[in-house]
Design a protein around this ligand. Structure first.
Ligand code: PEP
Ligand code: MG
Length: 584
């Protein structure tokens, strides 16, 4: 038996035979096109773009009815990339100017684009390069064999098979799901690539970044995929298979149990009510929020509205997007975070990164206070949306109390303008801030004094506290939510909110990770905002907990003198209480 490791991106266990998707990478020829053939070469390029467009439209038209909404949007992203002039027109210039053949011109342009994406600090945007590469590959295949296009090289029926591939495009993933695959494993990929996101929403166990998987695995090999732990077993013996079958059954049972919690309240055994809120990126995510009956939105990452498009959305478009979410959740809080764009999360990929250290540069509220025109437009849209429900405005990346004053001044100015124009809004709209810079956590009391609520952004708080770039693989091993310094900053922020009498939420990934729920409850956290898929598991823990007991345990944990004993105490706290959910 061979054990391979990768990044588990979608939980669950699958046992089945391998189907190895051997798609060789297309080899790109390079030659000079004679002057008199240039027009013909351009026509050949345009025909390939058209061929790729037809393929994608075909896939889009055959998306299974039960597929989640984001499936169509992933295909749309590829169609958008295909239509972008950077892909569909820039190579024409190179064909004309340098007499390059179409394949080489396209590949060169794609390399330029990918290099720009690679320089981005934001993982989400960096992963966009995968989409560009996949679209370019599709066009290249069309260029190379226009007559014998491999529309569907995969057998129609893959029921129960585990697909092993170099990489999978979202379109491939959807097509494979409809063929009944049980799981997939890829050589490449990251946890927030589209393929990973899709695997979670389609509910297929998946492991990415299993380097060499296609090299070590042959068709029909018996495989076990443990999507939670990122373990792939090749050729397991009967005893191991039986053990995993038992675990798979247990997971299924636990998942059915969790479903029954949809309508149950998030109240602890000793009667403490906990707010379980959802993080969303786009109004389309509402579906998932409704499915788990979240008590509201704790983080609406509005910058995603500004991406994958030519210019920024105008006030009206933003207003519609925000109001749609607010109207869909009557009576429930919708926390709209103002733009968290910056040198890294850029919308204009053509401008090279000039900042030396973008994570410490002009991002989020700093950028907004510099680009006041853009910011005011967003504030107006948010304030107008507040007329339709319970909007909470949230400021990201606060590092200075003065930033609060400047935002509040702008809000008041816009509110008085709207009043004059006779446009409705909620004059009581709470204004809160994210605590994600250590300076803000250390002085959380000073920030709390001027805000209506706080929300701890652990993703950035951990990055800045431990001085580890959140997207740098080389230092990822140091990423540790249980680092005593991180825990102290979290505890200080919760305490500052308590003293000031304002709510404190957490909306970083830590809030949706079941390993930390009990400790956070013990530290006094009462609002957790997370990806909707994590919510039922967290609700189960809340319902099984006695918060007073956890508070005692947390005090003990915070007294530990070193990381290792702290870790052991947290594990013990979870172990004693765990009713078996750890499997999921
Ligand atoms: C965070 O930093 O924890 C957070 C929630 O914001 P983002 O992940 O969008 O930076
Ligand atoms: Mg952040």
């Amino acid at each position: 038996m061979l054990a391979l490791h990768g990044k588990g991106v979608s939980s669950g266990i699958a046992i089945g035979r391998a189907y190895v998707l051997k798609r060789e990478r297309v080899k790109v020829p390079e030659y000079v096109v004679p002057t008199h053939d240039i027009d013909q070469e351009i026509q050949r390029f345009l025909a390939a773009i058209e061929g790729a467009r037809k393929e994608l439209s075909e896939i889009r038209d055959h998306i299974p009815a039960e597929a989640p909404v984001e499936v169509a949007s992933f295909i749309d992203t590829h169609l958008l990339i295909l239509s972008d002039t950077m892909v569909s027109e820039a190579p024409i210039r190179d064909i004309r100017e340098h007499q390059w053949n179409a394949e080489f011109a396209l590949k060169t342009q794609s390399d330029r684009l990918i290099a720009v994406f690679e320089r981005m600090e934001d993982t989400y945007l960096r992963n966009k390069k995968i989409d560009v590469a996949q679209v370019v590959e599709r066009v290249l295949r069309n260029l190379l064999n226009p007559d014998e296009r491999e529309d569907d090289p995969v057998p129609a029926d893959l029921l129960g098979r585990i697909v092993v591939a170099n990489d999978l495009a979202p379109a491939d993933t959807v097509a494979l799901k409809s063929k009944g695959i049980a799981a997939f494993v890829t050589n490449l990929g990251g946890p927030i690539s589209h393929t990973a996101i899709l695997s979670r929403s389609l509910g297929i166990p998946a492991i990415v970044a299993v380097h060499g998987a296609t090299r070590y695995i042959d068709n029909d090999d018996q495989l076990i995929v443990d999507g939670k732990r990122g373990i792939l077993l090749v050729g397991p013996d009967a005893v191991v298979v039986a053990e995993y079958e038992r675990r798979a059954q247990k997971i299924e049972r636990l998942q059915r149990e969790l479903e029954t919690l949809r309508t149950s309240e998030a109240v602890s055994r000793n009667g403490v009510r906990i707010q379980l809120l959802a993080n969303i990126e786009l109004p389309e995510d509402l579906n998932a929020v409704q499915q788990v009956l979240a008590s509201g939105i704790g983080l609406y990452r509005t910058e995603f509205l500004f991406m994958n498009r030519q210019g920024p959305p105008d006030e009206e478009e933003q207003f519609e997007a925000y109001a749609k979410v607010v109207r869909a959740l009557p009576g429930r809080p919708v926390t709209i975070r103002t733009l968290d764009l910056g040198a890294d999360k850029r919308v204009d990929i053509e401008t090279p990164v000039t900042t030396i250290n973008p994570a410490l540069g002009l991002r989020a509220v700093r950028l907004c206070l510099q680009e006041v025109g853009l910011f005011k437009l967003q504030l107006r849209a948010i304030i107008r949306a507040s007329a339709f429900g319970h909007v909470r405005l949230m400021i990201p990346m606060l590092s200075n109390v003065d930033e609060i004053f400047r935002v509040v001044d702008l809000v008041r100015e816009i509110q008085s303008q709207l009043r004059k124009e006779g446009i409705a809004f909620d004059s009581q709209m709470p204004i809160g801030g994210m605590i994600e810079v250590p300076a803000a956590a250390v002085a959380a009391d000073l920030f709390a004094a001027h805000l209506d609520f706080l929300s701890i952004g652990t993703n950035d708080l951990i990055q800045y506290t431990l001085a580890i770039d959140r997207v740098d693989d080389a230092v990822n091993y140091l990423y540790d939510p249980l680092h005593p310094s991180v825990l102290r900053l979290i505890a200080m922020t919760i305490e500052a909110g308590r003293k000031q009498g304002i709510p404190v939420a957490m909306c970083g990934e830590m809030a949706g990770d079941a390993r930390y729920t009990r400790l956070l409850l013990g530290l006094g956290l009462r609002e957790f905002s997370m990806h909707p898929a994590a919510m039922l598991e967290i609700k189960k823990i809340v319902r099984e907990s006695n918060v007073s007991d956890l508070e005692v345990r947390a005090t003990e944990i915070m007294r530990s003198r070193d990381s290792r004993s702290l870790q052991r105490l947290v594990e013990a706290m979870n172990g004693e209480a765990d009713s078996g959910n750890g499997e999921i």
